[in-house]
Design a protein around this ligand. Structure first.
Ligand code: HEM
Length: 405
């Protein structure tokens, strides 16, 4: 019979595995797929068929290959609840741009996120962390560290950096939570994105009238040719990317260290140890749990499979970061591991703009937390923590803890 080979493949292609056995390990099915083939067909909830890549070398190669576009308007999402971005979301969204548009914006922003600049923020981050620890000690145990420590610290830091009023956090936390949730309807996600855009548009207009010294105001006064729509997109991206990611790394990193006392001891050994530990936590936890996507701009052969123009490729950052082809004992957390080229921040031209900031925040906040709250421990059994299976960024919904007073 004349069975169409394309639809036959579509019918057989599995969906992205998301079921975890251990809450701190990626879905075991990903390891099986990674060991069997470098590239495998994938079905998407929107009905499209595309591809899944799980090996470290391949994920990096595709992220560095300009035959694959970062476009998020035409890409399919591997999980439900992540509707594509719309045409009107494009301005300023460097995450979804290719060269040369991407280069123009990235060049404007890079000088503000250098290692040197981010290191210069360290004293302010230390102050913010110390204030939150003071408040925790004043209130006494028990506490949920998500609303009292892990979320407010990166939020306040990115607000100050951008020039966003911290009083508005209630609103933008809710919008970005709705935008990242897999259980909200597409209409709710669209509404949350629209609300974030509207909020940022008003803020940009206010900065035009009265620029300040923070980043958005500086981009206006520095004589860049950025339009208001671009400034709005940049502000929205930085605000969301700048707090949700680091917040979840802080919370999940804390859970991880609390449940592995030997690793916690090694982490607390020296400031040098803290830097390495942060990298290892980034690798081990890889909170961008469904990875990232790229869209083929032309037909490309990848390991003998024909990737058609327009097809979406899912690059599983969690699978790549546990690839035994690249890492020794990949499923072991070893906070003394030497630098290992993990892809928790991506790779290539879109590699995380905020990575130095995230590192500064994680090093300072995690160090101060374990120094500042002696005898810190979970207030519930680890298996009762509510994991963020339902969010694009993995972590815990709450982090109940106790400590000695
Ligand atoms: C890009 C992860 C913190 C801003 C990315 C990408 C990843 C990532 C994987 C690349 C996505 C892709 O190629 O499709 C993380 C993680 C963080 C973190 C794990 C925390 C631990 C931050 C912070 C900021 C930020 C604090 C803001 C200050 C951005 C921006 C991009 C980006 C603007 C897009 C860069 C571009 O397209 O050129 N991040 N990020 N991120 N991140 Fe982060």
């Amino acid at each position: 019979s004349a069975r169409c080979p394309v639809s036959a493949a579509a019918a057989e292609a599995p969906v992205l595995p998301t079921r975890r056995d251990d809450p701190l390990d990626p879905p075991p099915e990903l390891a099986r797929i990674r060991s069997e083939a470098p590239i495998s067909p994938l079905s998407f909830p929107d009905g499209a068929t595309g591809w899944l890549l799980t090996r470290h070398e391949d994920v990096r190669a595709i992220l560095a290959d300009e035959r694959f576009s970062a476009d998020r308007v035409t890409a399919s999402s591997p999980v439900r609840g992540r509707p594509p971005f719309k045409e009107e979301d494009r301005p300023g969204m460097l995450l979804t741009m290719d060269r040369p548009e991407h280069t123009r914006l990235r060049r404007l922003l890079t000088p503000y996120f250098t290692t040197r600049r981010m290191q210069a923020l360290a004293p302010r981050v230390e102050r913010i962390v110390a204030d939150h620890l003071d408040a925790l000690r004043a209130a006494g145990p028990p506490a949920d560290l998500v609303p009292s420590f892990t979320l407010p610290i990166p939020s306040l830091v990115i607000c100050e950096l951008l020039g966003v009023p911290y009083e508005d956090r209630g609103r933008f936390h809710a919008w970005s939570a709705a935008a990242l949730s897999l259980t909200t309807t597409d209409a709710e996600v669209d509404a949350a994105r629209l609300a974030l855009t509207g909020y940022m548009r008003e803020l940009v207009a206010a900065k035009r009238r009265e620029p300040d010294d923070a980043l958005l105001g500086t981009l206006i006064t520095a004589g860049t040719d950025l339009t208001d729509a671009e400034l709005t997109g940049i502000g929205r991206l930085l605000l969301v990317a700048g707090h949700e990611t680091t917040a979840n790394m802080l919370a999940l990193g804390t859970v991880t260290l609390l449940t592995r006392p030997d690793q916690l001891r090694a982490f607390r050994g020296s400031p040098d140890a803290a830097d390495r530990a942060v990298e290892e936590l980034l690798r081990y936890l890889t909170i961008i749990q469904f990875g990232t996507t790229r869209v083929a701009r032309e037909d490309v052969e990848v390991h003998g499979r024909l990737v058609r123009a327009g097809q979406t490729l899912v690059l599983s950052l969690p699978a790549a970061n546990r690839d035994p082809g690249h890492f020794d004992r990949p499923d072991e957390l070893d906070v003394t591991r030497p630098p290992s080229q993990h892809v928790a921040f991506g790779h290539g031209i879109h590699q995380c703009l905020g990575q130095q900031l995230a590192r500064v925040e994680m090093r300072i906040a995690l160090t101060a937390l374990f120094d500042g709250l002696p005898g810190l421990r979970l207030a519930v059994p680890a298996d009762e923590l509510r994991m963020r299976h339902d969010m694009a960024i993995y972590g815990v919904h709450e982090l109940p803890v106790r400590w000695e007073v």
